[in-house]
Design a protein. Structure first.
Length: 290
């Protein structure tokens, strides 16, 4: 019914070695406690022999809260040899994100608009920029902006400041919205599974400055974007989402840039939404997106 919010739900996700009876064990556990499953997705990867699932249960159908579900399901997870990253997400808790930016504002503008319109259910707790260019638009949305300069001889100190600012908000996602600094390996590890990046598809073909100019000279016909988790292996983390848009010989460099920004915005927003909804399971360097 229009205007009626969705009921609170618990989202259970995990992976474990595949075997007979996993689905029966999960559904039996939930049924024994009166849990009503309203979404269920499964996948078995024949290459690794792992089973993956995402289960959504009406919170009101269970006699305990999310912490109670975690405590009781822990025995089942151990029985199934589930990965330690199994999770129970409570949709009644609004997720938080911290956004890292540089000068390009298209991704930030898009995220702010989606949040303001209610399309993207996330609290952008703060925006941190190594330039101050996007401070005004951030504060216009009532969100604190922190300017952390990155001098050539002081990047370690700058990242230490960024780490503290981010960790103080304890976000569910750290969004690199065209943040043009490479996260050090220790931060990649600390924020593993939470730090999300977006980049265009010209890597690794057109490395360095002016990639759109290089692509225009080569006569490319597709521009794409990749949204992925950040790892120490630059731009090679587990992929959450990808998309493409066509270009042709009549497009100028400016047209390519505009279309590239469009596809980056959509792909980042989609990937962030799936992450926040607990739809992305990571196993090694691959993802399952339910």
């Amino acid at each position: 019914m229009a205007g009626v919010p969705d009921p609170q739900r618990y989202v259970l996700t995990f992976g474990c070695p595949d075997r007979t009876g996993i689905i029966a064990r999960i559904s039996g556990f939930l049924a024994d406690h009166g849990g009503m499953i309203v979404e269920a997705a499964y996948h078995t990867d024949p290459d690794s022999g792992w089973f993956f699932t995402r289960q959504v249960v009406l919170a009101g159908s269970l006699p305990f809260d999310a912490d109670g579900l975690r405590a009781r399901f822990a025995a089942v997870a151990e029985e199934l040899s589930a990965e330690s990253s199994w999770q129970v997400r409570d949709t009644g808790e609004r997720p938080r994100a911290v956004v890292l930016v540089s000068k390009a504002g298209h991704c930030l503008y898009d995220l702010l608009g989606r949040v303001a319109s209610g399309e993207l259910d996330v609290d952008i707790a703060a925006v941190i920029g190594n330039h101050a260019s996007l401070a005004d638009i951030t504060r216009a949305h009532g969100i604190p902006f922190y300017h952390v300069p990155f001098p050539a001889d002081g990047k370690a100190e700058a990242f230490a400041q960024v780490r503290k600012l981010v960790n103080d908000y304890d976000p569910h996602a750290v969004v690199l919205a065209r943040f043009m600094q490479v996260l050090p390996a220790d931060l990649c590890d600390e924020w593993a599974g939470r730090a999300i990046n977006i980049h265009h598809s010209f890597l690794p073909s057109f490395i360095g400055a002016r990639p759109y100019h290089q692509a225009h000279v080569r006569g490319v016909k597709l521009i794409g974007a990749t949204c992925h988790y950040v790892t120490a292996d630059l731009d090679a983390g587990p992929i959450i989402e990808q998309d493409v848009i066509r270009v042709d010989h009549g497009d100028s460099v400016d047209d390519l840039v505009r279309k590239g920004r469009d596809i980056e915005k959509v792909t980042l927003a989609r990937g962030l939404r799936w992450h926040l909804e607990g739809r992305v399971l990571v196993h090694g360097n691959r993802t399952m997106v339910f």
